[in-house]
Design a protein around this ligand. Structure first.
Ligand code: NAD
Length: 383
């Protein structure tokens, strides 16, 4: 049987640096565990523009459509800020997401024990937290028509339209149920069926998909505002949360902050199953290209490494290997913290958010987000 194929698009800025750490892990898996991938590499973003005058060539797009999974670093940088909108580095990423029709965005919120002190919530509320928000990514109020700012009498009116078809709801629900089966078999669907018709339809369709195809998965429904409260009160009650584009945008950022460390965040964007049965998939860290630290050996690779771990789990059915890689990331973070506390003090990492909203180092301006040492045992927040 052919090895699974992986297209690496390291991109710009710190992209190639963080990806270099992932490549070491891929090499290690081949040499030590006999798990081999057919890895190809290509350009995306500013570096693709430099080479080809476009942030993503048709040839690279075709490769992305053909492989089992794409792993992306980051794109962009000040060098490209003045480019025409149509060839900006971000257009390369957006083209990938659009043409691969990646409608299901997975954002995990996982709290490594070593980081539990950094959450704004009590340690016992977040320690060991491991949930995933599945956000619908290609429809809903961010795309619905009509939209715009119109004149109405003597004033302007801003309009956006929340619109979901049954099939759009069904496919993201299916993706959440499939995910739950690989985890703790629980899905909570969130909408506002109490005040929005699109919410009523959302709830009905999720229930139908469940009853027809996933009766073995435990399903609950919650209004999104109540869900936000429950995420703060006792987040460990959840396993997989599925929700629309707008609520998912808010709830996934909120869930990420529960972990106290936004900057170690991976993400996956999944589309429809391919002939192989695997979903179309793009994995990428949530952070950007960090041009301010690029080339200085300061970039924290953990978000990119955890993105690769998601690829192992969700594209390649290598859950045990994913756990091994994730544990490595958690241990690395813990080592760094242990080091920083070796004098017994409880100094906060400069990049960590405190409940009062200020950075841990007490500075008032923008802080560098890396801890300033080499290796994957470094922390970073925000983004
Ligand atoms: N998905 C993407 O590729 C993506 C996402 C966001 C921003 N961007 C692009 O990245 C460029 C910079 O954007 P920005 O500064 O707003 O966001 P950013 O995420 O690149 O950086 C924000 C801050 O976090 C730090 N940081 C980010 N990742 C880090 C890491 N792994 N280790 C250590 N520190 C890290 C940076 O040094 C910076 O201080 C822009 O061109 C933007 O368009 C790309």
């Amino acid at each position: 049987m052919a090895n699974p194929s992986l297209l690496i698009l390291a991109g710009d800025g710190i992209g190639p640096e963080v990806m270099a750490e992932v490549k070491k892990i891929i090499g290690w898996m081949g040499a030590r565990r006999g798990i081999l991938f057919d890895v190809s590499e290509d350009l995306v973003g500013g570096c693709a523009y430099d080479a080809h005058g476009t942030p993503l060539t048709d040839a690279t797009m075709a490769k992305a459509q053909a492989v089992d999974a794409v792993l992306l670093g980051a794109v962009g940088g000040p060098k490209y800020d003045k480019l025409d909108f149509s060839v900006k580095p971000e257009r390369g990423l957006l083209r990938l997401r659009k043409e691969m029709d990646l409608f299901s965005n997975l954002r995990p919120a996982q709290c490594f024990d070593a980081l539990a002190d950094f959450s704004s919530l009590k340690k016992d509320v977040v320690s060991g937290l491991d949930i995933v928000i599945v956000r619908e990514l290609t429809s809903g109020v961010y795309f619905g028509e009509p939209r715009g700012i119109f004149k109405e009498g003597n004033e302007r009116v801003g309009i956006n339209t929340q619109r979901y078809t049954e099939s759009e709801i069904a496919r993201v629900a299916k993706s959440a149920f499939e995910l739950a089966r690989k985890r703790n078999n629980k899905v909570c669907s969130m909408e506002k069926a109490n005040v929005m018709e699109s919410g009523i339809l959302w709830r009905e369709v999720v229930q139908e998909v469940h009853d027809r195809d996933y009766p073995d998965v435990e399903l609950s429904h919650m209004y999104a505002d109540a869900g936000a409260m429950q995420l703060c009160r006792w987040p460990k009650q959840f396993d997989v949360i599925v929700t629309d584009n707008l609520f998912g945008d808010l709830l996934s950022d909120m869930a990420a902050m529960l972990t106290g460390s936004l900057g170690m965040l991976p993400s996956a964007s999944l589309g429809a199953p391919m002939a192989s049965g695997r979903p179309k998939a793009l994995y990428e860290p949530v952070h950007g290209s960090a041009p301010d630290i690029a080339g200085q050996g300061k970039a924290n690779p953990i978000a990119c490494i955890l993105s690769f771990a998601m690829a192992l789990r969700y594209s390649f059915d290598l859950g045990d290997e994913a756990t091994r890689v994730e544990r490595g990331g958690g241990k690395g973070a813990g080592r760094r913290l242990a080091h920083r506390r070796s004098d017994g003090s409880r100094r906060r990492h400069p990049g960590h958010h405190r409940p009062d909203g200020r950075r841990g180092s007490g500075g008032t301006g923008r802080q560098p987000l890396s801890a300033g040492s080499r290796g994957p045992d470094r922390l970073v927040t925000q983004m």
